[in-house]
Design a protein around this ligand. Structure first.
Ligand code: SIN
Length: 541
C-alpha cells in the first residue's frame, strides 16, 4: 500500500446513509469541519432501498387511538424482551421533531386526505403510522433531500475511499481514520472524532435486500478500535423478497411489508394461507414471526424443501398497485410478473442487523471520540427484532444527537489530541473468501441454527482465510465480513435459546430467566471475539 496524503477535520463521518448525512449536516451547522468518507458513490448506500417508510406518530396526524406510547409498546413487543425501554422511549419521542427537520430540509412525503400525510401499516404495528414517499420509494426521497443538503454545505465528501482503521492517541482516544482508495493509496484523516454510519451486514448472506456495500465495515472497524458490539446474533430476514429464480444471488428486490399492510396475504404453493392461526396479527405479525412461519411452511411442503411462497395482492387493480407501489411493480415487471393477476413469488432474505456497536442514545461508544449511528449501532431500540420502519427514524434521531454529542465533547475537552496519534501501518487481517463465507452463513447462521452448524462456520472461517494488509475496497470488505461473521457466530453459539430473529433448533424455547440479556462482545488479545459482559434487561417487558 503506498502512503499518500494527510488532512485534518473535527469530525470524520463514515457512510452516506440517513444517519451519516443527518449527522454531517448537523455537525456542519454547529461549525465543525466535517469530512464524509464513503467507499462507493455518495448515493450507493442502503438508505435509498428503504421502501416502507418512517414509523412516527405526528401530532394531529394519527389514528384516533394511536400515540407515541403505543408506538413504544409495539416496538417493545416486536423486540422480544431485549429492547432497552429508556432508549425506545427517548428515540421514538424525538421522532416527530426529527421528521419535521427532514421536511424542512426538503423531503416530501406522500399526501393523504384532509391535507395530512398518507399513512400505512407494517408488521407489528397496531396502527397506521408509517409515512412514505414516492409510494414505496421513501429511502430514495430521504437520501435525495439529505444529499442535496450535503452538497450545498461546506463539508467535504470523499467518495471511493474505504476506511481501513481508526487511529488512536497513546491514551486510547480517537485520533483519526486511515482510508485507502481503489488504487491502494493510503490517506490519513486526523480528527478527534469519528462517526461510523456504515449501515448493515446483509452481504454476509447469499441473498439479501441490501446493496453490495453492506459488508459490515463499521462493526469491524469498531471492534478493532476496542469498542463493544451487542445483539449481533439477531439478523432480521425480510419475509417478502422477490424470488426470481433458484440460485439467485446478491441483492434481491424487496416487496415492502406495506403491501401486506394494505391487504395482501401470504399463501403457499397450494394456495393455503401461511399466517392464518399463527399469530393474532396474521400477515402483519412482527417480521421475525412471519419469516419463521414461511421457513416452516417451506420445510413442510409436500416432496420436501420448497424455496418460495407467494404474496397474493390480486385484490388490487394493476393501476392501483402501480401507483401505490411503483418500485415493487417495476421489479415484478422485470421478473415477468403481473401482481394484479398473479401472486408474487417471495422468500425470506437477510435484511437488517438488529445489533451492532454498543452506543448510548447519543451515539457515543465506549472509545472516547468514536461514535456510531444507524444500522451499524446498537442503541437498544430494536432488541431481538426491529419493528418495521423504525430504522430510518432511528437514523434521523440518533444522527442528529450524535452530531450534537460530538460538538459537546469538543467543547468540553473530552476528546483526544490527533497530533499525538500513534500512527501504525494498517495490520494484516484475515480476509474471507466471500462466496464460501456467504454459503456457510446462509446454510448455518440464517433462520434456524444449531450448535453443530455454528461450529462448522466458526472452524471454516478460522481455517479458510488468508491474512493480508487490505489493499483496497475488496480486501477491506472481505476482512470486515470475516471478522463480523466470526463475532456473529460466536454470539449465536452463546445464546442457547430462541428469541426474536435468533432461532435455535437445539434450543427451541425462549428462556427469559437465563437469556433476557444482551451479549456484549469485544476482541480478546488474540483478536478473537470474546464475551465481555451481558446487559441484563430483566426489568424490560
Ligand atoms: C419494508 O418496506 O417492508 C421494509 C421496511 C423496513 O425494513 O423497515
Amino acid at each position: 500500500m503506498s502512503s499518500g496524503w494527510e488532512a485534518d477535520a473535527d469530525l470524520v463521518v463514515v457512510g452516506t446513509g440517513v444517519a451519516g448525512l443527518t449527522a454531517a449536516l448537523e455537525a456542519t451547522a454547529r461549525g465543525l469541519r466535517v469530512v464524509v468518507v464513503t467507499k462507493a458513490e455518495a448515493d450507493a448506500g442502503n438508505t435509498r432501498w428503504a421502501q416502507g417508510g418512517v414509523a412516527v406518530v405526528l401530532p394531529g396526524e394519527h389514528d384516533p387511538d394511536d400515540s407515541v406510547r403505543r408506538h413504544i409498546d409495539d416496538t417493545i413487543v416486536a423486540g422480544a424482551g431485549l429492547c432497552d425501554l429508556e432508549a425506545v422511549a427517548t428515540i421514538l419521542s424525538d421522532g416527530p421533531g426529527a421528521v419535521a427537520r427532514l421536511r424542512d430540509a426538503g423531503a416530501v412525503f406522500d399526501a393523504g386526505p384532509h391535507q395530512r400525510l398518507a399513512r400505512t401499516r407494517e408488521g407489528g404495528h397496531t396502527a397506521f403510522r408509517v409515512i412514505h414517499a414516492g409510494g414505496d420509494a421513501t429511502g430514495a426521497e430521504v437520501e435525495r433531500a439529505l444529499l442535496a443538503g450535503a452538497r450545498n454545505r461546506a463539508l467535504t465528501l470523499l467518495e471511493r475511499h474505504s476506511a481501513v482503521a481508526v487511529s488512536k492517541t497513546p491514551a486510547g482516544a480517537v485520533a483519526g481514520l486511515a482510508v485507502v482508495d481503489d488504487g491502494g493509496t493510503l490517506g490519513r484523516l486526523r480528527a478527534p472524532a469519528v462517526l461510523l454510519a456504515t449501515g448493515g451486514l446483509g452481504q454476509l448472506y447469499e441473498t439479501t435486500t441490501n446493496p453490495d456495500v453492506a459488508t459490515a465495515d463499521g462493526v469491524a472497524l469498531a471492534l478493532r478500535a476496542g469498542a463493544m458490539v451487542a445483539d449481533l446474533e439477531f439478523v432480521q430476514f425480510h419475509p417478502t423478497v422477490l424470488h426470481n429464480g433458484r440460485g439467485a444471488r446478491g441483492r434481491r428486490p424487496l416487496v415492502t411489508e406495506a403491501v401486506r399492510g394494505e391487504g395482501a396475504v401470504l399463501v403457499d404453493g397450494a394456495g393455503a394461507r401461511v399466517m392464518a392461526g399463527v399469530h393474532p396479527l396474521e400477515d402483519l405479525a412482527p417480521r421475525d414471526v412471519v419469516s419463521a412461519a414461511v421457513i416452516r411452511r417451506l420445510a413442510e411442503a409436500p416432496g420436501g424443501i420448497d424455496d418460495h411462497v407467494f404474496l397474493d395482492a390480486t385484490h388490487r387493480s394493476g393501476e392501483a398497485f402501480r401507483t401505490r407501489f411503483p418500485t415493487v411493480y417495476a421489479a415484478c415487471q422485470d421478473a415477468g410478473i403481473d401482481p394484479a393477476t398473479e401472486p408474487i413469488p417471495v422468500a425470506p432474505a437477510a435484511h437488517f442487523g438488529c445489533g451492532g456497536v454498543v452506543t448510548s442514545v447519543d451515539g457515543r461508544s465506549c472509545v472516547p471520540g468514536l461514535y456510531a449511528a444507524g444500522e451499524v449501532a446498537r442503541t437498544g431500540l430494536h432488541g431481538a427484532n426491529r419493528l418495521a420502519s423504525n430504522s430510518l427514524l432511528e437514523g434521523l434521531v440518533v444522527g442528529t444527537r450524535a452530531a450534537r454529542a460530538v460538538a459537546a465533547d469538543h467543547a468540553s475537552g473530552a476528546l483526544g489530541d490527533p497530533r499525538t496519534a500513534t500512527e501504525a501501518e494498517p495490520a494484516a487481517q484475515p480476509v474471507a473468501d466471500r462466496p464460501v463465507l456467504q454459503q456457510l452463513m446462509s446454510r448455518h447462521a440464517a433462520i434456524g441454527r444449531d450448535h453443530d452448524g455454528l461450529e462448522v462456520v466458526a472452524k471454516s472461517l478460522d481455517s479458510m482465510s488468508e491474512r493480508r494488509v487490505p489493499r483496497g475496497r475488496g480486501d477491506v470488505e472481505d476482512a470486515a465480513l470475516h471478522l463480523v461473521a466470526r463475532a456473529l457466530v460466536f454470539a449465536a453459539g452463546e445464546r442457547q435459546e430462541s428469541r426474536g430473529c435468533h432461532l435455535r433448533h437445539d434450543h427451541a424455547g425462549r428462556d427469559d430467566e437465563r437469556w433476557r440479556r444482551s451479549l456484549v462482545v469485544g476482541l480478546d488479545d488474540a483478536g478473537q471475539p470474546a464475551l465481555v459482559r451481558s446487559l441484563d434487561l430483566g426489568g424490560v417487558a
